[in-house]
Design a protein around this ligand. Structure first.
Ligand code: SAM
Ligand code: SF4
Ligand code: SF4
Length: 334
């Protein structure tokens, strides 16, 4: 086990398998920037599945037990089931999950589960079709996402978490219907405060709906009470409906930062590690891997990066920090 400079262990590895996506969510990959001329990573720049698995093993050696595949849209990476099978075999990985926009989930859920995936998190920002189509900016319908969620449930990739990014004036009027739709389903909606990730989405503080407001809007309709976290470092604050019909979460990274317990590390699709979602630079591992570094040396390198870590961006967020150059969410992985 290795600790960073603030005494935090590393538990959670998020692997971005592609920087490409078939959506253009306005808060993540604005279409005006991620257009037909945008230069995505070339195939040879991406880590292979074998290379990803080596990095994952190194992190598991340092204490990682949870792995999440993300992107970009992870289901756009060809053969992702093969990677899942390779990661599922690593001793010590007890939670293997994937975050997806669900556009390709309905036809893939069974194969993902068969490969060894434990659960999925599905992003869905509104149940109002007009609002959702505008937010994903490619006109993708809500019904198809719900179909994906159903298929994942049938395949046993449950309990399913539903990520909903809330943006003032865009989808905040659809928070309560979203909570109501899922509250009896066994799936857990997590309302996420809109974050200043990257530099292309034009984020400003006025766009953020504070978690406290989200909770009170739901609580006005269905009384709620806080629930203890499942484990130290859980990013969502949990609330249950007092009538016993389920729970939801809020991820308050802007108004109630949780850097103190942050045990997450990210691996970009081209093989750099980032110790914070808001980092401006990572540490390249692809070069050393392709130069023939041994497993022991690889583990030493990642341990050295983690032990130097001092990140606490959200606790220091200010006018100055959010204007800094930062990597994009679609590149680093959500
Ligand atoms: N494409 C997949 C998806 O959307 O589920 C995985 C990658 S996406 C970058 C991961 C998560 O990050 C999604 O739930 C998305 O809503 C969230 N996200 C992206 N940009 C965000 C932002 N600026 N603030 C908060 N969450 C954001
Ligand atoms: Fe794609 Fe996910 Fe970003 Fe939306 S949030 S553009 S689905 S990577
Ligand atoms: Fe972790 Fe960085 Fe987010 Fe803080 S800002 S919780 S250190 S990823």
């Amino acid at each position: 086990m290795v600790l960073d400079t603030l005494g935090r262990p590393v538990h959670d590895l998020r692997i971005s398998v592609t920087d490409r996506c078939n959506f253009r969510c306005t808060y993540c990959m604005p279409a005006s920037i991620f257009d037909k001329d945008y230069e995505f990573l070339a195939r040879e720049q991406l880590l292979t599945f074998e290379e990803i698995t080596r990095v994952a093993r190194a992190f598991v050696g340092l204490g990682v037990s949870k792995i999440r595949l993300t992107g970009g849209e992870p289901l756009m990476r060809r053969g992702i089931e093969n990677l899942i099978a390779m990661l599922a075999e690593i001793p010590g990985v007890d939670d293997l999950t994937l975050t997806t926009n669900a556009s390709l989930l309905a036809r893939r859920a069974h194969r993902l589960a068969a490969a060894g995936l434990d659960r999925v998190t599905v992003s869905l920002d509104s149940l109002d079709d007009t609002v959702f189509r505008a937010m994903n900016d490619v006109g993708f319908p809500v019904a198809d996402v719900l179909e994906g969620i159903e298929a994942a449930d049938e395949a046993g990739l449950a309990p399913i978490k539903i990520n909903c990014v809330v943006i003032r004036g865009v989808n905040d009027h659809t928070i309560v219907p979203m909570a109501e739709h899922f509250r009896r389903s066994g799936h857990i909606v997590r309302f996420i405060e809109y974050m200043d990730v990257g530099t292309t989405n034009g984020w400003c503080l006025d766009d953020v709906v504070p978690a406290a407001e989200i909770i009170s809007r739901i609580g006005e309709v269905h009384p709620v009470a806080p629930v203890e976290p499942n484990y130290v470092g859980e990013v969502a604050n949990r609330y249950r409906y007092t009538d016993g019909w389920g729970e939801f979460g809020v991820i308050a990274s802007v108004t109630q930062p949780f850097c103190g317990d942050c045990s997450r590390v990210r691996l970009s699709a081209e093989g750099s590690i980032y110790t914070c979602l808001f980092a401006s630079a990572g540490t390249d591992l692809r070069g050393p891997i392709r130069d023939g570094v041994s497993d022991a040396e690889l583990e030493q390198r990642v341990a050295a990066v983690w032990s130097r870590r001092a990140d606490r961006y959200s606790e220091r967020r200010s006018e100055v920090t959010f204007r800094r150059r930062k990597v994009e969410m679609s590149y680093i992985g959500g």
